[in-house]
Design a protein around this ligand. Structure first.
Ligand SMILES: [Zn+2]
Length: 210
């Protein structure tokens, strides 16, 4: 049984969405200086690193992250891998891909994962994302959770349509995965977001078991 950690490592060097708060993670109590223990302080936006979006993020409907269904975020998932030539996840691209019928949790690996493999520190606007008709394909296919390997399911500057289609359908959007160490196939997904009261999203530790 292999375990793959597909979460990003949270550190101040991790790129965040433009305009979101920077990640602060710093030690505030030091045994090296005579304190009784080491203690660190963390401050970050809830959409930093690997995280899930709750419907409240784009729908303002008070369906918040602590109430997301854990049975959707754990269970069998299929990872589909697209080559470097794919620049947008559209209806046509998804329809042509060999995604088995009956898949409810779909993880989409693209060239984005190479950004994490290279530990790039700078945010890029040119990531591969799901366009609106791609989101509509996911709804039609009965997908309940979709995972992507950059910080948004939607293309830069076009956030609203894709998010609305997915979140209105109750699809959990899992963003900021590092899929560089895994390839196409079935896995057991464990995605456990922090239980943040009233929040529109939450960081998550996400692993795959094979
Ligand atoms: Zn998000």
């Amino acid at each position: 049984m292999a375990i793959y950690d597909i979460s990003l490592t949270i550190s101040p060097g991790l790129p965040v969405w433009p305009g979101d708060p920077a990640i602060q993670l710093q030690q505030v109590s030091f045994m090296d200086k005579g304190d009784v223990c080491n203690v660190s302080y963390l401050a970050m936006g809830v959409h930093a690193g690997t995280h899930v979006d709750a419907p409240h993020h784009f729908l303002n409907d008070n369906r918040t992250v602590e109430n997301l269904d854990l049975t959707v975020m754990t269970g069998q998932a299929f990872l589909i891998e697209f080559g470097n030539e794919v620049n947008a996840i559209s209806f046509e691209i998804l329809d042509r891909a060999s995604i088995p019928m009956g898949v409810e949790r779909l993880l989409i690996k693209t060239r984005n994962s190479e950004i994490w493999a290279r530990s790039e520190k700078k945010f890029t606007e040119k990531f591969v994302a799901i366009v609106q008709d791609g989101a509509e394909w996911l709804v039609q296919r009965g997908i309940k959770l979709v995972g992507v390997d950059y910080l948004s399911v939607a293309p830069f500057g076009e956030g609203v349509p894709t998010h609305r289609v997915l979140l209105e359908a109750g699809i959990v959007a899992l963003e900021g995965l590092n899929l560089s160490s895994v390839s196409q196939g079935y896995y057991e997904l464990y995605c456990l977001p922090l239980k943040l009261k009233g929040a529109d999203g939450a960081p998550a530790r996400v692993i795959l078991k094979k």
